[in-house]
Design a protein. Structure first.
Length: 216
C-alpha cells in the first residue's frame, strides 16, 4: 500500500469490531487503534486518583496525557473501567481532545484501522472504508458470557444483557457524537456470522475499494 489508507470500524459493544479490526490491520499491514481504550485510559486515571467521573477539568487533563502508544489493554479491559469510560465519553471537551489524537494517529503512514463508536461519523469522516459492525444485544451478551467463562470467571446472562442494553442506550443517546452508522458505511451484522466469515466479508469490501483505487 503506497498511500495512507484508513479503515473506520464502528459499532456497539460486543459486536466483534475489535477482533475484526485486528484481523484487518494485520492482513493489510496497517496501524491499529482501539479508540475505546483512549476513553478507558481517561476513566482509569480518574479512578486511580479517586476523582469523580464528572470532574471535567481532571478528565480534560487526563485526556491530554493519554499516550496512544502506551495503552495497556490488560489494565484497561476491566469491567469497572469500561463502565466508567462510557460516562467520561459524554464530556464534549474530552471527546474533542481525544478525537484530535485519534485523527493524528490515522494520518500516519501507511494508514490505520480505527475501531470505536464515532470513527466514520466524526473522527475519520473521509475514511477510505467505513464498516458498521453490529449484532443483536442477546448475541453480544452470549459472547461476553462465553468470554468471561473461558477466562475462568462467572457471570449472570441477564446482568450482562442489561449492561449491554444500558451502554447501547447511553452511546446512542448522547448529544455529542452518538453511536450511529455513517451514511456511506457498509453494514455488517455478525449475529449469525463467525469471525472468519465477517473477516472475509470485510476483506471483499476493502479489496474492491483498493482495486478501484489502483485503476484510477
Amino acid at each position: 500500500m503506497t498511500h495512507t489508507f484508513t479503515i473506520a470500524i464502528d459499532g456497539p459493544a460486543g459486536a466483534g469490531k475489535g477482533t475484526l479490526a485486528r484481523r484487518l490491520a494485520d492482513h493489510y499491514r496497517l496501524n491499529l487503534l482501539d479508540t475505546g481504550l483512549t476513553y478507558r485510559a481517561v476513566a482509569h486515571k480518574l479512578l486511580e486518583l479517586g476523582l469523580p467521573l464528572d470532574n471535567v477539568s481532571a478528565a480534560e487533563t487526563a485526556a491530554r496525557q493519554v499516550n496512544l502508544s502506551n495503552l495497556d489493554r490488560t489494565v484497561l479491559s476491566a469491567h469497572a473501567v469500561g463502565e466508567a469510560a462510557s460516562k467520561v465519553a459524554v464530556i464534549p471537551t474530552v471527546r474533542r481532545i481525544l478525537v484530535e489524537k485519534q485523527r493524528d494517529f490515522a494520518k500516519a503512514p501507511p494508514g490505520a484501522v480505527l475501531d470505536g463508536r464515532d470513527i466514520g461519523t466524526v473522527v475519520c469522516p473521509d475514511a477510505d472504508i467505513k464498516l458498521y459492525v453490529t449484532a443483536s444485544a442477546q448475541v453480544r451478551a452470549k459472547r461476553r458470557l462465553a468470554e468471561i467463562e473461558s477466562m475462568g470467571g462467572s457471570a449472570d446472562f441477564a446482568t450482562i444483557l442489561a449492561d449491554i442494553e444500558r451502554r447501547d442506550e447511553r452511546d446512542m443517546g448522547r448529544a455529542d457524537a452518538p453511536l450511529k452508522p455513517a451514511a456511506d458505511a457498509h453494514l455488517l451484522d455478525t449475529s449469525e456470522m463467525a469471525i472468519e466469515a465477517a473477516f472475509l466479508a470485510a476483506m471483499t469490501i476493502v479489496d474492491d475499494v483498493l482495486a478501484k483505487r489502483n485503476k484510477a
